[in-house]
Design a protein around this ligand. Structure first.
Ligand SMILES: C[S@@+](CC[C@H](N)C(=O)[O-])C[C@H]1O[C@@H](n2cnc3c(N)ncnc32)[C@H](O)[C@@H]1O
Length: 199
């Protein structure tokens, strides 16, 4: 589900960029990437996260998808200034990723899984495209944050089939994604990394 205009302002703000930079640093402390890594970012928005991933992990390439052509248009404009970023932008649905099985060393999710109507399918797709021992890095938020009495009137999210921490962690495990120790979680959000096929 595309973001509405108030959320668009938030995700394009300098504060959001600062938060993503801090989170990428935390991700890299949880697990580094192999050299020459192929990365995917789902729901890349205007591309800021992909640039941060590039600066933090120096991968060989980043594929970044979003369902919203307007977001991708903004990302294409911004990436002209980031001429060192090996970035491939594509319009696609995170619930049906247009990539073969086991082709990425890492998948990044900066707060988009709660935008998916069938979020469990999104988690399965992440696992499908990850190589064995590949890493899923995620920042994800729960209804007490995005659907509380204030934000549910301002923001636009799917209403059914929602998840909190226990359901999210269970879906990771069911998809063969093993949560690494050191993740941070509250009733509002989770920040962490999970490795495919490793317990
Ligand atoms: C909350 S924004 C996050 C944007 C960016 N990752 C960030 O952290 O600033 C959610 C993003 O997910 C995208 N999105 C929503 N549903 C999607 C889907 N089914 N497939 C791919 N992207 C989707 C939206 O267009 C939006 O850019």
């Amino acid at each position: 589900m595309k973001v509405n205009w108030p959320e668009r302002i938030w995700v394009n703000s300098p504060v959001r960029k600062y938060v993503q930079q801090r989170e990428a640093k935390f991700f890299s402390q949880l697990r580094t990437l192999v050299s020459g890594a192929q990365c995917l970012e789902i729901g890349c928005g205007c591309g800021v996260g992909a640039n941060i991933i590039n600066q933090t992990f120096s991968p060989a390439a980043i594929h970044a998808i979003d369902i919203d052509e307007e977001m991708l248009y903004a990302a294409r404009k911004k990436m002209k200034a980031w001429n060192t970023v090996p970035l491939h932008l594509l319009a696609a649905d995170a619930q049906e990723l247009p990539f073969p099985d086991q082709c990425f060393d890492a998948v990044f999710n900066y707060g988009i899984i709660h935008h998916l109507e069938n979020w469990q399918k999104g988690v399965e797709e992440i696992s499908r495209v990850l190589k064995d021992d590949g890493t899923f890095y995620f920042e994800e938020i729960y209804p007490p944050l995005y659907a509380n009495p204030l934000f549910r009137h301002i923001l636009d999210h799917p209403k059914d089939n929602r998840f909190h921490g226990p359901q999210f962690r269970e879906a990771l495990a069911e998809s063969g994604l093993n949560l690494l120790n050191g993740y941070k979680e509250s009733r509002f959000a989770i920040l962490g990394a999970a490795v495919k096929g490793r317990s």
